[in-house]
Design a protein around this ligand. Structure first.
Ligand SMILES: *Cc1c(COP(=O)(O)O)cnc(C)c1O
Length: 345
């Protein structure tokens, strides 16, 4: 079988949620946008609900509908993108809770779904989503009189604990929400790790649940094992792969493994990335093709049938470094060609 195997450890996701929940006295929600960071929102949401999560967040109403189908009635499902044109039937039928980002969204919401729950998103400096101070000042009294479920904002630099932006946004958030009765939330994974001043009434971790930085103590969640299709001896002066970008200097043993950039193994990581054959780290050689990758397995004694790109030996962040990106992008890029197995459910 040439299909690579992606194993997703739901037990590790639950353990990561519990570990983050133990760090803060606030409610710990769970962010399952982008199909739970590529790992499957259906299975992941159910596992997190089982662990005790009561509030879930997605980016768009359509994602919320799928999460509602998985979870059934009960949990709150918030939508970061708010209430967009045409969303009212989805929001109503799946009982979703939009985070209102502007006066326009507020009007749309109260006109189309009067009395339907909502939250408020404020911009405290990131300039991405949410109401700015002036807009909020104009709407504040009316919005608060409708009992929003949450008033939230998002930190731009929380993965850098000493960055001045964290304190700057915290002060803005305190100022904008001073004296309100509604629940407040400022922090995702990074902010949760910054300490209790950042916790308010609810934290909203995503990446930490899935084994990624900045939660250094996270348990690994995704393992990716890739079958070896063929092994060949390559003489000095011979090349491997498209464009002859790698040329053997010494007699080499090259394995061709069955995955490529069509599976989200970002082509740009080629020159720096490794896979593991049992306990031996092996360099990727030549260009990553759509479905195939060359690996120097010279140092490996007993070559196994499969090699590991993600797992106990190598985290999503190590792979991300090789690609010049972040763990979030490695996870959300994972393709649909893998055989997916869930363990620890
Ligand atoms: C994605 C997102 C989160 C989760 O962020 P992580 O860094 O993955 O923990 C929380 N809040 C908002 C508004 C987001 O967009």
């Amino acid at each position: 079988m040439a299909q690579a195997q992606l194993t997703i450890d739901l037990g590790a996701i639950r353990a990561n949620w519990r570990a983050l929940a133990a760090m803060n006295a606030a409610e710990t929600a769970a962010v399952v946008k982008a199909d739970a960071y590529g790992l499957g929102a259906d299975r992941v949401s159910k596992a997190l609900a089982k662990a005790g999560a009561r509030t879930f967040f997605v980016a768009q109403a359509e994602e919320g509908v799928l999460v509602r189908e998985s979870l059934g009635d009960g949990p709150t499902i918030g939508i970061f993108g708010g209430h967009m044109e045409g969303d009212a039937p989805l929001i109503r039928d799946a009982n979703l809770t939009p985070m209102i980002n502007s006066i326009d969204q507020m009007l749309r919401h109260v006109e189309s779904l009067p009395g339907h729950p909502f939250g408020i998103q404020l911009d405290t400096g990131m300039n991405r989503l949410g109401m700015e101070a002036g807009e909020w000042a104009a709407l504040r009294e009316i919005a608060l009189s409708q009992n929003p479920f949450l008033v939230m904002s998002h930190l731009a630099c929380a993965d850098e604990p000493t960055h001045g932006m964290n304190e700057f946004q915290l002060q803005n958030f305190l100022q904008m929400t001073d004296g309100i009765k509604a629940q407040r939330s400022l922090s995702a994974t990074g902010g949760t790790l910054l300490g209790e001043h950042y916790h308010f009434d609810m934290t909203r971790p995503g990446i930490g649940l899935y084994g990624g930085l900045p939660f250094v103590d996270a348990q690994p969640v995704a393992s990716l094992s890739i079958p070896v299709i063929q092994v060949r001896e390559v003489n000095p002066g011979e090349s491997v792969g498209y464009g002859n970008s790698w040329v053997a200097r010494v007699p080499s043993r090259i394995a061709t493994i069955s995955a490529g950039y069509a599976d989200g193994i970002i082509r740009a990581m080629g020159p720096k990335a490794h896979v593991w054959a049992n306990e031996t780290r092996c360099k990727i050689v030549g260009r990553i093709s759509m479905d195939l990758i060359g690996v120097d397995v010279g140092p490996v004694k007993d070559l196994p049938d499969t090699v590991e790109l993600l797992g106990q030996h190598q985290s999503v962040d190590t792979v991300a470094d090789a690609a010049g990106t972040i763990g979030y992008e490695i996870l959300t890029s994972l393709g649909h060609r893998y055989a997916r197995t869930y363990v620890g459910g």
